[in-house]
Design a protein around this ligand. Structure first.
Ligand code: HEM
Length: 477
């Protein structure tokens, strides 16, 4: 089949309209409040690099792999997370590894890296499988074909995975209460406040954050209680469970031999929950949506899940390239973290253009992943980009759902394994179809979610639809 014929068969999932002309300051502020994704006009998807003065100061947009590599890797020491990004994130996340800079970040990253080593991550596969199987059982107790709010289903599953892997003895809270607190967090701290954009000093209260303070107090108290009880257990000489909390309490900086300070342990627990929960849930939500619109890919994913996924060995996922490809394609079109930003510390040059100190460099995985120069049929859904040797031809700095360079996502292997395990379990048991007439549109808060949620019918797969004798029922027995 010719490329043109192939392109005409591809499904193009929804994205916000792209303005033809640059916006003024007021329109920018209103758009950022409504949906920051709409800020990217048509030109952004065609330009490799731009630097210039905007209403908010010097800005650069880097959507060329060489420019991205320069900022995130080659000259990363000259680019720190900028004030805007930190002001949005740090009130909630404290000085954890996601928001820390300089020596504080380096020491934390060194101490935390072993928690996410391949060996530890594979060790979490059984917990991930247990949570996924419980979620399937929960859905199976509902009427066949009942409507599920898929975003909520996924958020609950990924929160439970973190609960199991961080604190295998539970949060000591109703999962519902924690879930609600997290949703409140994203609705308050997750908003870009115009006062931040205007560079107003931190002591001027932001209304949404003011409302979010009770949520932070809730997080702090819940996490402190868990740390206290775990320390008491260790001090009493009991063998602690092997989970991330035990590893965090035992973590030592390999260079200095020092453990993490109490505040840093708490900040990193909250960081893992916030950074690892909505992101993974959104990647899975978009994956199910896209599969529901592309029956041939859904069939391929089901066939693979039926045949190659083994719930008794959930960590061995080498036989699941299609599941990996549909996940990666969902994160290409709808990257959960849709914007990275950095501030130039000293004057620099990127692709030959002068970048003065203080310039805010914006790198949007959303724009990069749909850039005209980098992708064939950039807005179309086509998981085959990640199959049959084609993945290796993608520039490392053209596809960055987990970032890149020294500050690449520490949870990348964890999230990928978790998402494939959850996806396999759900696809083996159910077929998800969109409720007719429900509009779908991505909206950026801290993460990229479907605006207004995603309502889908969860229909049990008939035995006849299950492609191998090794079907779900045989697998769970
Ligand atoms: C699909 C799921 C996920 C996506 C798309 C994602 C994406 C990202 C991205 C893009 C960054 C880099 C931010 C920047 O450079 O400014 C990042 C950093 C980070 N992520 Fe993830 N993440 C995911 C899951 C997780 C999980 C499961 C955890 C932990 C359990 C986690 C913990 C972190 C941490 C701690 C950092 C900061 C690393 C540092 O600055 O040294 N993430 N993530």
């Amino acid at each position: 089949m010719t490329r043109a014929a192939n392109a005409s068969r591809l499904f193009v999932p929804p994205f916000p309209p792209r303005a033809e002309k640059p916006r003024g300051a007021l329109s920018t502020i209103l758009t950022l409040r409504r949906n920051p994704l709409e800020i990217w006009g048509k030109a952004a998807f065609e330009q490799p690099f731009w630097v210039g003065r905007s209403s908010f100061g010097m800005r650069a947009m880097a959507h060329d792999p060489a420019a991205v590599r320069h900022v995130l890797l080659d000259n990363a020491a000259n680019y720190r997370k900028d004030e805007l990004q930190l002001r949005i994130l740090s009130p909630g996340l404290g000085d954890g590894v996601l928001t820390a800079e300089g020596e504080s970040w380096r020491a934390q990253r060194r101490a935390l890296a072993p928690l996410f080593s391949p060996r530890e991550v594979v060790g979490f596969a059984d917990s991930m499988q247990k949570v996924a199987a419980e979620a399937v059982a929960r859905l199976r107790r509902r009427r066949d074909g009942a409507v599920a709010e898929v975003g909520e289903v996924m958020a609950r599953i990924t929160l439970e995975v973190l609960e199991q892997t961080l604190f295998s003895q539970g949060l000591g809270q109703e999962p519902g209460a924690f879930q609600q607190a997290i949703t409140r967090y994203f609705d308050t701290f997750g908003r870009i406040d115009p006062l931040d954009l205007l560079g107003a000093p931190a002591f001027i209260p932001r209304i949404a954050r003011w409302r979010g303070r009770a949520t932070l107090k809730f997080f702090d108290e819940a996490v402190d209680a868990i740390i206290r009880s775990r320390r008491a257990m260790i001090e009493a000489g009991h063998e602690p469970p092997r989970d991330l909390l035990t590893l965090l309490l035992a973590a030592r900086d390999p260079e200095t031999g020092r453990g993490l300070p109490e505040a840093s342990i708490r900040a990193n627990i909250i960081t893992f929950i916030n950074a690892g929960h909505e992101t993974t849930a959104n990647a899975l939500t978009w994956t199910l949506y896209l599969l529901s619109q592309a029956p041939e890919w859904r069939k391929r994913a089901e066939v693979e899940a039926d045949a190659a996924f083994d719930p008794k060995r959930p960590g061995s996922l080498d036989g699941c390239p299609v599941l990996r490809a549909v996940l990666d394609e969902a994160m290409r079109l709808y990257p959960p973290v849709a914007l990275l930003s950095r501030e130039a510390i000293a004057d620099d040059a990127i692709l030959g253009a002068r970048v003065p100190a203080g310039t805010i460099v914006l790198i949007s995985p959303y724009v990069l992943h749909r850039h005209r120069d980098l992708w064939e049929n950039p807005d179309a859904y086509d998981p085959s980009r990640f199959l049959d040797g084609r993945r290796e031809r993608i520039d490392r700095f053209a596809y960055i759902p987990f970032g890149a360079g020294p500050r690449v996502c520490i949870g990348m292997a964890f999230a990928t394994q978790e998402a494939i395990i959850i996806l396999a379990n759900l696809l083996i048991a159910f077929r998800f179809d969109m409720v007719e007439g429900a509009p779908v549109m991505p909206r950026q808060r801290v993460t990229l979610r479907p605006q207004g949620g995603l309502r889908m019918y969860a229909r049990r797969r008939e035995l006849a639809q299950i492609s191998t004798a090794e079907n779900f029922f045989a697998k769970v027995r």
